[in-house]
Every structure is written in C-alpha cells, then in structure tokens.
Design a protein around this ligand. Sequence first.
Ligand code: GLC
Length: 733
Amino acid sequence: MKNLTLFLLSVCFLMACTNTEKQTEKQKEMNRFIDSLMGQMTLEEKIGQLSQCSGEFATGPDNNPISRTEDISKGLIGSMLNVSGAEKTRRMQEAAMQSRLRIPLIFGLDVIHGFRTGFPIPLAEAASFDLDAIERSARCSAIEASASGLHWTFAPMVDISWDARWGRVMEGAGEDPYYGSLVAQARVRGLQGDDLSADNTILACVKHYAAYGAPMAGKDYNSVDMSMGHFANFYMPPYKAAMEAGAATFMSSFNDFNNQPATGNSFLLRHLLKKEWGFDGFVVSDWGSVQEMVAHRYARDEREAALKGITAGLDMEMVSECYRNNLAELVKEGTIDESLIDDAVRRILIKKYELGLFEDPFRYCDVEREKEIVNSQPLRDEARYVAERSIVLLKNEQNILPLSPSVKSVALIGPLAKSQKDMCGSWSCADQNKVITLFEAMQQRGLTINYSDGYDLKTDEITNLQHTLAQVRKSDVTIIAMGEEAWESGEMRSKADINIPAGQQKLVEEIVKTGKPVVVLMMCGRPVIFNTVREKAPAILCTWWLSSEAGPAICNVLWGDYNPSGKLPMTFPQHIGQIPLYYQYKSTGRPAGQDVWCTKYIDITDQPAYPFGYGLSYTRFDYDNVRVEKSDEKGVYAYVLVDITNSGNYDGEEVVQFYVRDEYASITRPVKELRGFEKIALKKGESRTVKFPVTDKQLGFYNNDMEYIVEPGEFTFMVGRNSQDVESVSFTL
Ligand code: GLC
C-alpha cells in the first residue's frame, strides 16, 4: 500500500511539474509574441493601445459619440466601451484588423448585475450572504455578455461604504470589509472563470480604486480623507482580495486620496497595487478622470494630467484624450521615458492575448451563439434563484407571512408593482420589456388583483384614497409596493434625505387602519428610512431592485415557496443625522450607554432601525452552547462552535454570524468585526453544530504602518443571527 501511495504521489508531482512547465512554456510563447509585436509598434501605435473611446452612449459627461472607424483602422484606439452586440463589435473589430499590426480591440461595458437578463442589484445580492449564488450570478453575466461581443466588464464594484446618502452603495456589497472581500472574490471568479481564453469568460475590473465609497457628506465624487490605518482596515481589503483572486484589471476612482487624485496617485497605483501587491494586469481610468485632474487643480493642463497619470501607473485612459494628445511629445522631448509607455502597453496586450483575441479576434462575435444564449431560460432561472435569496424579511407580526394558498384576491397597491424600468434599478443592461413585474407574476398565479396606484410617484401624494381602501376591503390581503424609482440610487444620485416620502408612508398608515392583513414591499437601491411604515405595517420585506425575475421571486417568497433568508449587508438608520452609521464602530473613551458624558446624541437615538446582518425567517432558529475549543491544527488557534436548531414550522436557511472583539490592542479597534459566517439550511426540527476557525485572519489587523499583525491578549467572540443579537465567549491568545 505504501509503495502505491508513493507511486501516486510521484505521478502527481510529475504532473504538477509538467503543468507548471506547460504554463511556463505558454508564458514564454506569449512573451515572445508580445516582445515581437511591441518591437514593431511605433510610439503612436503604442499610445493608441492606451486610449479607450466610448461608442453608442455616454456614462459620463462631455461625450459626443462619433464614428471611430478611421482611428480604429489606423490603430490609434485600443479599446471601446459602451458598444455591444456580436454584429456591432464584429464590424469594429474588422476595422481594427485593417490596421498595420492588426491589434484587436477590447470591448468593455458596465455589466454590473446581469446583462440582457437582469440580476438583482449587487447590494441585494450581497443580502443573500450566499457566495455561491453571487458567483453564479457573475458567471451568468459573463456567459451572456461574452456572447454579445464583450470581453470586459467594469465590475465588481468593491467600494466599502458607511454612508447611505451615497447613491452608489447599490453597486457594492455594503459596509463590511471582511464580507465585501469575499463577495469581491466570488464576483471575480464568476466573471473570469479559470480560463480567460474561453469564449464565455470576461475580464473583471475592480473598482473604484480607491476608497470612492467614503466621499465627504455622502456626495458623489467628493473628497475622501482618511488615515492610512483606517483605509487599510476598512476600505482596502476588498481591493486586495479581488486582486488576489486574479482580477485582470482595476479602475482608478474619481476622488482624491491622501490629497492626490486616485488617477494620478503613485502610492495607490505604482506602489501599493503594482509593487506591494504584485498586480500584473492593467489600470483603466474612470470616465475622463485623467483629464479631471485639471479640475482637481492637481494638473495645470491636459499635458500635465497625461504626465501625472502615466507616471503614477495609470495604463489606459477612458474617453478623455490627454494621453493621445500629449504622451508622444512628452517622450520625444525626454520628459518621460518610453519604458513607462511600454509597461502600460505590455499589460494591455497581455490581457488581449490571454483573451485569445490575437488567435481569433472574432471569437466573441458569433451572432448565432448570441441568439442562442442571450435571454435564455437557464439564465432567467438563475436570476430568480438569486433574487429569492436576496430578499430580506424585516417584520412579520401576526404571522401574516407566508400567505396561505387560500389567498385568492390581493389588493396590490403602488405603481412600482407594475414598473419594469424600476425593477431593473441603476446600471442595468437588462431588456426592460422582458422584466416580469409583481403585477404580472400575480396574474400568472391566477390571483384576483384589485389594483390601485395609491400614491403618485412624481408628487408623492396619496391619490384616490377611497378607491384604494375599497380595493383593500374587498381583498384577502393587501400588498403595498413602495420605495425608490430606479433613478434615485446609483451614480450621481446622492441624497441629503433618504426618508421614504411621507405620502407613501401615510398611505400605509391609512391602509393598516382597515384592519386587513398588510404586507409592505420596500423596493430600493440603498438603505432607506421609513419609521412610520416600520411601526405601523405588520409585515415588511426588503425586496431591493431584483430585475428580470423580480415578480416571480417576490411571489415565491410571499407564498412561502421560498423561505426568505436574506440579511442586511448595510445598516438601516432611523434618522439621516445618524449617518455614517455602521456596526463596527469604536468604543471611544466615553462609550455610548454610560451616563450623560458619553458618545451619543441628545435629540435622537444612536440605534439603527435594522442592524448589519439583520433578517428574519418564517421559521425560528435557536442558538445554544456557544463555546471555544482550542486547536493544535497548524495555523488554527481555536474553533468557535454553536448549536443551531430550527425550532419553527418551516424548513429554512440561517446566516450564522461570527464577530470578534479585540479587548486591548496597540491601536483603537472596533467593538466588533465580522470574521466569519455560514449560511446553513435546516429542516424544521433539525439541529446542527456550526464551527468557525480562529486564525490570524480572525484576530489580526493593520497597524498604522499598514502592516498586518496579530497581538496576543484577550478577545471576545460573538456568535449570532445579526450584529446586535449575539452570544459571547472569551478567549485569550
Ligand atoms: C462611470 C462610472 C464607472 C463606469 C464608467 C464607465 O462614470 O464611474 O463605474 O464603469 O464610468 O461607464
């Protein structure tokens, strides 16, 4: 037996070496190809590879879509964004094949949550706490987008944010860096798969590097100012994790960081990302952010913007033309060395090579394949699967939910129940006409629907109240769809007030007075404030913006075909004045909760409406016997264990959460930080023990020199169903 084991081990070793040799051989072959190609390129052709132009529509200011065919055919453009479709991209690629060196274009688009088949907005997906579902969603995006001529998506957006006034929280994974890092990696894996040359994988783009989610006052594009220690512990981890997952590209952010625009920030780009972390992909600017260094008053003119961008390590310029118009002169006059250009060009050519574009520039432009894949049913099934798991049950008094199969008539209230556009949310590529709304899904269930608008989305005033109440009175149950329209969250959608308008909330109050069963669906792109609804409505689901399968997913949850399992990835405040509000706060020298001399407000509570990690189920999960067991496994200090029992009447899933508090450290540390979670499925009556490893990853932190360290001492481990409802146990390292 021993000889056989030795034999098998040696075979595996030889195979691994062969595989490595093959990889090395493939790399050598690629480098030979790129060295030869670059040796033929003129300076103008090299600079062409650093230029990206927008195609059919603008996702930023000052873009006038003009035909780029001539420039493409001269090799003066290396990439196009905002154009898709097998036929359209083929035509542009044909123009690129007319260029002297036939270097293919790379096509990018914001495929943020699904392509033509829309998936839940990323913040909603994050609420699933289901990394497999999140990866599957990204996989579907890649499959559908790559069938439509796309090679690259400007996703995942991994910006941590503690500020719900910032409209772009909808694009991310919420407030927690530990969870945000895992989500970032899942999305990179889903998009890129394990073979970039496959025709159903695309390049990921980690954005917006860096700390774009922390704009002053929650105003989009605003300045970011934080200590390096704060950046390292709370904002940096997802970028680093995504890079470690193999992300092919990064996007520099609009904001300044440590008093320098990220797009011209050598610390962020050349030092931290490329040197310290060893990132070998390329960095694209955000829309016009090279030129915007002039508006930042960090560059005197576009010439200096080009100089600062290329010097800092910014490889490709999106839309603005500072590189195109100035780099050649900067090289020729000796201000910059051509090697800076060569490094950027090489990084870009490597990704085009890895995509297989030199081998077959038209690999992704197959019209027949596009017809077969885009909007196909398997993608829709996946979209519904992920959407169901993204819904968060916030309240369920009188056990109104799940609705009984005997419910035959429904008063459906609110224009969002019929809005295909608003179900798609912001940054959507979905075919809006293929979105199944809540109204349609209820029709498909054969229900009698007594519909009423109830309120006017434009004026936010109640309309036809008596008609609405009449619909309510003659129905078995009332479902009220309320929240935000798609334009209210997303880029350049910062709000000073995230309260749901009073009119919508007042309507709920009036309907609840009828005494009929009422369920409120909160359809939103961010944490919103709805204190009246929170108090008066007996049942509330946060359904976010779920895109193409919104209606069926919501109905499946309402009627219990799927027992909601989502948890909030971001704290929901009670008052706008609480923002920024987050669970991993620090105790301060006068911790909240003590006597008058403590960290608090004199006019409002410091408690959230709903804490990070909060979400209910139709069943009940009991947590017992939280305990620590020392471990002698290498790298594992201990395990934290908890016994979970489904003591309710429904099978369900629970996100068991593990938080850590470092009781004493060389820097001030938060009162708790998420350091583990596990989503488990338990049948009613079933019990299971969940165990969390305690390693450096759970106990460590970045010191003020940005070194990751672990300090011996006392810790408190907390396990629970959300960031507030936890049971504690002590541990000493
Ligand atoms: C936008 C966004 C960025 C997007 C890019 C291209 O301004 O900031 O997230 O990827 O431009 O559309």
